[in-house]
Design a protein around this ligand. Sequence first.
Ligand SMILES: [Fe+2]
Ligand SMILES: [Fe+2]
Length: 370
Amino acid sequence: MTLPLMQRGLAERLICLHDEIKGDESLAALSRIAVALYDDSTDLLKTFIHSSDGDSPLEHTVARLSELPTLQQLAWTGARRTINDLGAAAEAGQDQAVRLVASGYRSSYTVPIQHKGTFYGFLFFNAFIPNFFTAPVVARLRPYADLIALAVMRELDTVRMMAAAVKVIRSVSSARDEETGSHLARMARYARLIAAKVAPRHDLSDEFVEFVFQFAPLHDVGKVSVPDSILLKPGRLTAEEFEVMKTHVAKGVHIVDLMMQDFGLKSMPHFELLRNIVAYHHEALDGSGYPYGLAGDAIPLEARVAAVADVFDALTSQRPYKPAWTNEDAIALLQEQAGRKFDVACVAALAEDPAAVADIQSRFNETIFD
Ligand SMILES: [Fe+2]
Ligand SMILES: [Fe+2]
């Protein structure tokens, strides 16, 4: 279900544009266009979308920008970089050059994507021949580069605008629950970690991973409709209260649908992904979840990812009625319930990388009950 929708997104438009660019004889040797996005809260630069002749070995890659000094320089200055002899750059140990050369590329042109002081990421152009990016070629590429950068920023701004709208909804409603800043920040990053590991097996792209990350924090938007007396109850909910709590899913779907209509975003390619996360994040593999009781693969992958990320963070966070569990205990519980409640591969992905989990926890460690 997800793949065709994702393919209509930016990634597909990039592939069309790449074809068009290669129709220009002087640009026919342009073999690869790729976009990497930057998350300044974690300093991570992540591969996002690409159009490549042949296999791109440069997918599913995450690196700290601070560990890529020459790219970091470009991010700061906004300068564009041409490397017409990647072989020499690789020998000099320049970041990324080694991997590009290993993939057969011999020249590159790099454009930082930025607007009004916000740095979004990089646009990479590559060719299999050396000295491809001459001054006239770079001049011809410039309008295309601007166009791609604009499309990327527009798409990301749309997502940010929706996130901002949700923030407003939450702040004007009196609802205050555990679903605040740091829970959402951690949960989104666990979701990205999991999505990045399971995506290749499902033939899903980095674009899928990025939008799981962007949309995961909106999973509980419907909780604004749950009364504080239930939302903030410092103990177990009664059966009746739990029934009310469950309505946050349908409410969330309603809110997301309204937002889509009002923002005119019905055609946004990733809308379905957001909606699926909101609608199905409480479903369980064995059909015992709520509100739909879907089972197995009928639960969209993005929702299975979000569920594991959400529960892991809830377990490892302190609540008024419970202490924070250790990561090991939380993983053990998830593993014990993997295959019945939770997706096995999603749990394994989280269990596989305790260092990344700890890094996320150290970056977003505020507890709201302090
Ligand atoms: Fe929820
Ligand atoms: Fe949550």
